[in-house]
Ligand binder design. Sequence first.
Ligand SMILES: Cc1ncc(C[n+]2csc(CCOP(=O)(O)OP(=O)(O)O)c2C)c(N)n1
Ligand SMILES: [Mg+2]
Length: 556
Amino acid sequence: MSAHPAPVRIGGDLVVESLTALGATTVFGLPGQHALGAFDALRRSTLEYVGLRVENNAGFAADAFARTTGRVTPLLVSTGPGALMTLAALQESAAASAPVLGIGSQIPTPGLGGARKGYLHELRDQPAAFRDVVKSVHTVRAASQIPSALAAAWASALEAPAGPVWVEIPQDVLLAPAAVPPVTELAATPRPLPPRPELVAEAAAALNGARRPAILAGGGVVRAGAQGPLRTLAEKLDAPVATTFGGKGAFPWEHPLSLRSWLEDRHTTDFLEDADVLLVVGSGLGELSSNYHTFAPRGRVIQIEADAGKLEANHPALGLHADAAPALTALADAVSVTPSAPEPEPEPRGDGAERAAALLARVHARIAGQDLGQEQRMLAAVREALPDGSPSFWDMTILAYWAWSAFDPREGAFHSAQGAGGLGYAFPAALGAASADRTTPVLAVSGDGGAMYSLAELATARQYGLPVTWLIVDDGGYGILRAYMDDAFGESTGTELAGPDFAALAESFGVPAIRTTPDALRDDLADALARPGPSVVVLPAVLRMFAPTHLQEERD
Ligand SMILES: Cc1ncc(C[n+]2csc(CCOP(=O)(O)OP(=O)(O)O)c2C)c(N)n1
Ligand SMILES: [Mg+2]
């Protein structure tokens, strides 16, 4: 006789049945004692489980899966420390509107509400820790609440602006036999967020009357999949389009109306300030999208934004609280086509491509004057090595700051942790994206400092054979902070790092690795990306940033 009775359905089964009914396919996570009821149920489900080695990394992986698929992505962790370890990742998901469904266990129900019974992992108020980070928090107290809580959280995650949510289920509820029948159908329909018609009419009238219209497209456009209507609108208006760092991919880089994403260049800031009507869509005009808040528009601003709290948070505007997709579709229908031949009077429109080209020439001239050939060659090498359709994930590292401004994502998605700015994003995120599509190579780019956060995930990459190539740029320290401190204080403190031999370390995980040079980078990276499964390319190099243009002395 087996020591283990035949499995009965328990609370955990309601979790996996609900997730399956809602359409989940993959669950990221890391188990803990309180959560074992849910983990045990996973093996009775068709859900694929991808286990990472640190909860924060599991959160980043779920974030990237959610970003690349647009689907709600479950992240399953334990109580207390396991739950808290996801917070930095969930902050990035919140900033980048990625619909991650965090599911954590909780201490047994008698301890809920701060009863202070002293359970292992106990927090006085676990949901309070999540409230500042996620969109909604759902605490379950009985098994029959599980499907409804997960459905409500699912809809909340998808509702524009999408974002992370948190559901917590006590250990005893997950383990108790389920007295309710299996979940077969579960609906979770997010409420749409269309623009109000009178605001669309007002915005269209302003744009039709503009002589120098321009558009700034943010991450909200990418997240809404609104690239098509944005392009139609821009072409109808003959309006040049800049994309924010989070909005990379919102508008084709090589389009004649593209201003690309040189948002830290004063020439771009000037251009946007000079627009008589500026449409800002899917951006809150935060620090990184406004040349560090130096942007001061002189024309009329129209702002389309799904997060009501970001409407007019930085500049007065005609605010449309709406999802970018229906709003841009409605606006594109409502505006009239600009005549392609410029009319002599009054001031002509129809010169958008010329204005865009002139701006890019000024931006490139400024960069060309700064002796930054090495940095530009490296970025070009990465671009040449990466297949056009491959997604790339970038950590907080100097080559990534270059990429924010200068990298053409082509057909592949470009993702960085620039929303919350948390270090250690790139590699685990790339693993999450590769879990969604194992047929396309994925690139992760980290510095040596950022790489230290996710070295453990080399084991995950090997275990699941995920096609991720990890480029580590090793400058022996926190290079960007070293440069900031040297500039500000004459010397840097706390920025120098002893590091491992990253290539040897990767090999010890069974991951093929190579040390490369700036000259061999393109070929070595292309070889690594062409190989099945994970690989590591280590590039010892010290990179510099281009000069900022937001500080007063640089602006003069
Ligand atoms: C979680 C977290 N801790 C600290 C920081 C601050 N930080 C920003 S960049 C950076 C240095 C990164 O060093 P490295 O990955 O080697 O890239 P490099 O600047 O050398 O190119 C640090 C510590 C952060 N962004 N996130
Ligand atoms: Mg470094």
